[in-house]
Design a protein around this ligand. Structure first.
Ligand code: UDP
Ligand code: MG
Length: 328
């Protein structure tokens, strides 16, 4: 029997934990060939999220519900990383606790992997019904700009809801950068992915954790994680200024030849010097920026999260794999 592990980041989702579990149980009742495991990642919630999780562990009583509880709020991206890095399922899915990522899409996702030969399947939201206009416009702008200036291609409406094979999970976990931008990482690791489209759904309970401000922060981190193009732009700017100052110098030289001695001023030579040196300085700054960006990428190897408590059922094979690795 194949095991499908569902990684669910939860930040103050007390009302959603049980509803989510019920829904998953209903779906897997019909999927006889598969078993599920839900891994709730409590991202430093301060409501009764943990109590709810412990309650359903008792209710379920089949070692199908596990959790990792963070020492503070590390953010959804860290929660996804924690869940994926501890996962043992044959296929692993990442989805929201609020049922906005329709769990029934798991069925076509499994089909894509098992029957159509894909490595992973991701959900793509095709309508933004029920979302403020301003937010949709901002989001469209974000996708336009990030696709223009970074090395990755993001599909508009793409979500971080995805079911994947172990090879994809391993690739994602091996990218252990601190400032994580999961959608970008998904795009960056590649693999054969099938897009599965769905209409926007409202949250079942509770409130969204995203303010306009945190959305901006998210977009900004997306740019910084994958874009070094702006820095390269600065180098070009510096070089253009140098070039212009040379052209300017030539023009002034010929002007001076036609000007009587008494009317010549020092203005031109000063101007050229300022422009030229300014251009050189900007070019060098841009280059330093490029190196700084690389160092910045490298230096970020702090732990991505700390768990204060967790319950993970060990998969025997996996555990011996890991021990073998340590011995080597
Ligand atoms: N979430 C999280 N940590 C955070 C913020 C959100 O784990 O700091 C979880 C949240 O519990 C939910 C998912 O990420 O399961 C998506 O959050 P939300 O529904 O608030 O975002 P929206 O759907 O409005 O974009
Ligand atoms: Mg939501």
């Amino acid at each position: 029997m194949k095991k499908i592990e569902l990684v669910v980041p939860c930040y103050n989702e007390e009302k959603c934990i049980y509803l989510f579990y019920e829904k998953i149980k209903k779906i897997f009742n019909e999927l006889k060939e598969y078993d599920f495991i839900i891994t709730y990642i409590d991202d430093g919630s301060w409501d009764h999220t943990m109590d709810e999780i412990k309650k359903i562990i008792k209710i379920d009583n089949q070692q199908r519900i596990q959790y990792i509880s963070f020492s503070r709020n590390f953010g959804k991206e860290a929660a996804i990383y924690a869940g994926l890095s501890k996962s043992t399922g044959d296929y692993v899915a990442v989805l929201d606790a609020d049922l906005q990522h329709p769990p029934e899409l798991i069925v076509p996702m499994i089909k894509a992997i098992e029957e159509e030969g894909y490595d992973c399947a991701s959900a793509r939201r095709v309508s933004r019904k029920g979302e403020p206009l301003f937010r949709s416009a901002l989001s469209r702008g974000f996708y336009y700009v990030i696709n223009k200036i970074t090395v990755i291609d993001l599909v508009p409406g793409s979500t971080d809801y995805r079911l994947m094979k172990r090879s994809v999970v391993e690739a994602i976990v091996s990218m252990n950068e601190h400032e994580r931008f999961t959608k970008g990482i998904y795009a960056w690791v590649g693999f054969k992915n099938k897009w599965i489209e769905y209409e926007n759904v409202e949250r079942v309970a509770g409130n969204t954790k995203w303010s306009i401000r945190s959305l901006f922060r998210y977009a900004y981190s997306g740019f910084l994680s994958f874009a070094t193009t702006p820095l390269r732009g600065i180098i070009y700017l510096g070089m253009i200024i140098v070039l212009l100052s040379v052209i300017f110098a030539i023009k002034i030289y010929f002007n001076a030849l036609n000007t009587p001695d008494s009317q010549r001023t020092g203005y031109a030579s000063l101007m050229i010097l300022i422009l030229f040196l300014g251009g050189v300085i900007i070019t060098i700054l841009g280059m330093i920026g490029e190196y700084l960006a690389r160092i910045f990428m490298e230096v970020k190897n702090r732990p991505i999260y700390f768990a204060r408590e967790s319950l993970l059922y060990k998969n025997e094979d996996k555990e011996s794999d890991r021990l073998a690795e340590i011995k080597m």
